[in-house]
Structure formats: C-alpha cells, structure tokens
Design a protein around this ligand. Structure first.
Ligand code: 1GP
Length: 245
C-alpha cells in the first residue's frame, strides 16, 4: 500500500497524528528513541524534516534509525531540494503556495522531480500554506504570510490547491509558534475544501491538539513538543487528544 493510501485510510476513522522529527535537532539514536515512544503512544506516521541544517547524511541516518525502531511509514518533509534520501518511504511533494519566491512554489520541485522519480520515493502532493507567525519556515521560504484573521485568503489558497489536484493541504503556523493556526480558520478551510487538511505549528498541549481536531483538522502535527517532552504520560495525552479514536 502507498503511504498516501495508508494516510487516507486512517483518516477515514478520524483525525490522525503525525510526528515531525528534525534530523538537525538530535542524533539518529535519539530520534529512534523518540520514534519508538510516539509509535507506542499512537502516532500514525513520522515526518522527517526541518527548515535548516538538514543534510543528506543526517537525513539518511535519521530516516534509517526511525524506520528500524518505529516501523511506521516515514514521510520526508523537505525545506528544499538540497537534501534527499532513499531511506524515506515517501516525500511530501509540496509547494509553498504563498511564497513570494517562485523557487519555493515550483522551481525547487522542478529541480528535484526527476531525481525523486529515479530514487523511487513516493511523492505525496501537498499544498503548504504559511499562516502568521510563520516562524523560521516562513522566513526561509519568503512566505507572504496569511494573517491570523485572513480566513478568506486561507480558503482561497486551500481551494486553489484542491483545484490544482493536490492531495493534501497543510496549514502551517511555523515550528515553535506561540499561536497555532486559529481554530476558526481551521474550520473555515475544512468546510471549504474536500481534500484532507493537515494542521501544525505551535501545538504542544492536549487541549490545543483536541481543539485543532475538533475544529476540523484531519491530521495534527507536533514536532518541537515531541522532541522536548520528557514526560511520557503528557506525550501520550497530546497524541491521544489529536486522534478521534
Ligand atoms: C512544523 O507544523 C510543524 O512544520 C510542527 O510545529 O514544532 O511547533 O510542533 P511544532
């Protein structure tokens, strides 16, 4: 089964949880430990990526270690075409649709597409929309940020992604954001589109995870929280709150 089909199947039963692991933030061994922990807590798949510092070497090593320990599908979450690995099962083949720089909208993808095909990595098409504050990814990707009250703008981008044939839409407040994507924006976008909606950035409590799920997210992503959390029960409760079942 493809990773895309796996995600879609799981989403049929309710909101899923995705863990984001940044290869630049810990050793592959530590990443493997985190992956095992989140697998046992019920996460559905592991995204691997980060805005800066991802190299072919740390990506290869982290993807391999995570795969071996968690035995969950892995999805590369790229910041650009500078690093690629054949150790991942799939890649979010994504366009930062609100970037002011064509490189992040389509040029990077055009540069990497043939190589991804050659490596045989499954591409999962995704429209990536950066919501304020946007954090590092907004800066690096030169995002023309959608402000927190600009619901129609968010809907416009999301609907355009759907009409362009993308498989998923991701509303991203940015890793470590103080304010996650507003709940009313999640609901407005969810109601406007018919493809699955992924939400992430700044979600670090069971309450925030549950609220994003209830607002309409089909997948809740947590990265920083999972990497830093030393309390296994709290970790479990955030993952559980993200999921409807
Ligand atoms: C970033 O949405 C993800 O791309 C996760 O953000 O690190 O804040 O959980 P956090």
């Amino acid at each position: 089964m493809t990773v895309k089909q796996y995600l879609l199947d799981r989403m049929k039963n309710g909101t899923i949880h995705l863990t984001l692991i940044d290869p630049d933030k810990q050793t592959p061994e530590e990443a493997a430990e985190i992956a095992l922990k989140v697998r046992n807590a019920g996460t559905d798949a592991i995204m691997i990526g980060g805005s800066t510092g991802v190299t072919r070497e740390n990506l290869d090593a982290t993807a391999k270690a995570v795969k071996e320990s968690a035995e969950l599908p892995t999805i590369y979450f790229p910041a650009g075409p500078q690093a690629l690995s054949k150790e991942v099962d799939s890649i979010f083949f994504m366009s930062m649709v609100n970037s002011a720089d064509p490189f992040y909208v389509i040029k990077a993808q055009a540069g990497a597409a043939a190589y991804i095909k050659k490596l045989g990595i499954e591409p999962i098409s995704m429209g990536y929309i950066i919501i304020a504050p946007g954090m590092k990814v907004g800066e690096v990707g030169k995002a023309d940020l959608v402000q927190q009250d600009e619901y129609d703008k968010a809907i416009g981008y999301a609907l355009a992604c759907e009409m362009l044939g993308m498989d998923f839409v991701y509303l991203e407040a940015g890793s470590g954001a103080d304010t996650p994507v507003p709940l009313a924006m999640i609901t407005a976008v969810r109601q406007a589109i018919s493809i699955p909606l992924i939400v992430g950035g700044g979600i670090r409590t069971p309450e925030a995870a549950k609220a994003a799920r209830k607002a309409g997210a089909n997948a809740v992503v947590t990265g920083t929280f999972v990497e830093r959390c030393k309390d296994d029960e709290l970790l479990k409760s955030v993952i559980k709150a993200s999921k409807s079942i």
